[in-house]
Design a protein around this ligand. Sequence first.
Ligand SMILES: [Mg+2]
Length: 376
Amino acid sequence: MKIVEYKMHQLIMRLKQPYRFASYEYRTRPINILMIKDELGNIGLGEVEAFEFPNYVDEIQSQCVRSINTRIMPLLGGKNYETPFEFSRFINSMNSPKMASAAVEMAVWDLFSKRNNVSFQQLLFSTIGQMNNLPAKVEVGVAIGIHNNSIQMIDEIQKQIDKGYNRIKLKINRGTKISDLVEIRRHFPKVLMMIDCNSQFGLRDKSFFQSIDNLDFAMIEQPFGKKDFKDHAKLQSIIRTPICLDENILTSDDVMKVFNKHSGQYINMKIARVGGVSNALAMTNLAIQNGLKVWCGGMLETGVGRAFNLAFASLPFFQFPGDISASDRYYINDITEQSFMINNGEMSIPQGDGIGVNLSHMAQIAFDNEEWINLG
Ligand SMILES: [Mg+2]
């Protein structure tokens, strides 16, 4: 397979309500959608999932777009590859931002599935030697941005439970009060719930985590710094609640550090953060082989990224519902024709060739105005 042309278009996604995490509040999310075309005219879709500013990991949207236009696509053009894994190896060798590599590599998987008249899910499962009885649905959960007090948080949690979510993730920061978390658990003692700290705390806050250790959270995600493994291990040694790592898992080496240093028990795997589907698959395998538990995270994706996540999260490795929310969760207008609905805590995996989604009429018009860029 050869990639002969591509185009990319930036959409400004408007959030339904401001989304607060770490130290920033987002009202809009610029996100670039990538289309790549092979020599037979098949088209694959990918998306650049980096945020506008470096408050999750260091990579940002504009840097990834530049890298795709000036480095990745020109180098990929005209070369022939037999499998998405070959593409992935070549893209990895460029040492580009991971979320830039992932956008291209995701589009390659979509394109490769379409060329072979199979769904992305079927292609993915064939790589682990499983061809039949693929799951039609996956268990999913919702992430709730930071709110100022327990009344607002309880109100928001109830709304999400009423919509059908069975697993809740609360974003917190150093302004979050222990009493608010106690109040939330008193209100929802049975709900599968976890917290995500987005690296906002340090070991100096260990008493905060000791105080909430008896609140039966399923896990505490990324309490400490993006490069820290040592202090996470210290915290894990004094609390019962499992620690989950997100921001600092970029490579297979990072997975092994979690295992060797006992930094945590779970890994939140994100296709974009680790540079694509092939890397995510390899790292998930490595984590499982070493007794770590893995689940599939989310990045406020559009319908394109969500379709990838759903198929990926349906793999048999995952031991916790993914952060994959319904189409009506974040954006005023999503960009795919197909919408994703939650039903009793589960979401259906799109069927059809590739990732099984098309751009909506409005998004397609925006794309039609972009010129294809020939890669020779
Ligand atoms: Mg996280």
